[in-house]
Design a binder for this molecule. Structure first.
Ligand code: COA
Length: 256
């Protein structure tokens, strides 16, 4: 255990999973994906857990995959920890509620597509900059995002990669609601408390039928996207984009 993913058992059967790497805006490393997958499985298997609460430490949700990890320790194929975590997330049978404060970048946004309820603070921001990094969409976002908002708007997110604010995230259907206060955790906790008081099997069955039509397709898409993503990550385009971030400069794609 690295302490970079913190878990807390709260009253009533709420398992809180917190990304705890605030100095790097909760960017995810390979070891964090392994811990996240383990914690999601433990919460699923544990009889006394009725709802999972996912959040990030220190007024930040998640700045996406760690860029240094992309350079030094890139995922190799669909069985790499990041894609195993996403596949597990797609199969979690218990309700997942996310609280987004601050930035949600890359997988920080796409993992929200697999949560059941997402509450975000009014100042939170979202982006899916895969193409800007020379890569391609992951986390089944290539089907879930068009499914939620249609192709035209999906292209704005996945091809133009424009960041968007919480108000737009509501309009696009990425989040459930804005929180009343500046901390989305309060709203997310409220939803968790409501969920854990409900008949647990009915809640799980409702989740199951809500996800049923797309679950297999999502799994297959995560795998297909993973193959392309890993290939793109080795490209000269990605190399330029990732080094540009590390060197704090604007990438130059003019030679491609
Ligand atoms: N990987 C590795 N380090 C990251 C990171 C990431 N994805 N995101 C942020 N960090 C680090 C920064 O390098 C910085 O580290 P330092 O203090 O040692 O220099 C620290 O976290 C704070 O980030 P900073 O950029 O100073 O904060 P900001 O508030 O100005 O911007 C972001 C926040 C998230 C908008 C910006 O950091 C960013 O764009 N990060 C990259 C996001 C990304 O492309 N993720 C991959 C998606 S596939």
């Amino acid at each position: 255990m690295t302490g970079l993913v913190e878990t807390t058992s709260l009253k009533g059967g709420i398992r809180q999973i917190t990304l705890n790497r605030p100095d790097k805006k909760n960017a995810l490393t390979e070891e964090m994906y392994i811990e996240l997958e383990t914690q999601m499985k433990l919460a699923t298997e544990s009889a006394n857990v009725r709802a999972i609460l996912l959040n990030g430490k220190a007024n930040c949700f998640c700045a996406g995959n760690d860029i240094e990890d992309f350079l030094k320790n890139p995922p190799k194929d669909e069985n790499s920890p990041v894609f195993r975590f996403l596949r597990t997330l797609n199969r979690v049978e218990k309700p997942i509620v996310a609280a987004v404060n601050g930035v949600a970048v890359g997988i920080g946004t796409t993992l929200l597509l697999h949560c059941d309820l997402v509450y975000a603070s009014p100042s939170s921001t979202f982006s899916t900059p895969f193409v800007n990094l020379g890569c391609t969409p992951e986390g089944a976002s290539s089907i879930l995002i068009p499914e939620i908002m249609g192709q035209r708007k999906a292209a704005e997110l996945l091809m133009l990669c424009r960041p968007f604010n919480a108000q737009k995230a509501i309009e696009l259907g990425i989040i459930t609601a804005l929180s009343n206060s500046s901390d989305a955790l309060e709203e997310a906790l409220k939803a968790c408390h409501e969920l854990v008081e409900k008949p647990p099997i009915a809640v799980r069955e409702a989740k199951r039928i809500l996800k049923k039509n797309l679950q297999e397709k999502v799994e297959q898409t995560i795998i297909e996207e993973a193959r392309l993503f890993c290939e793109r990550l080795q490209s000269d385009e990605a190399n330029e984009a990732l080094h540009a971030f590390a060197e704090r400069r604007k990438p130059d794609f003019s030679r491609f």
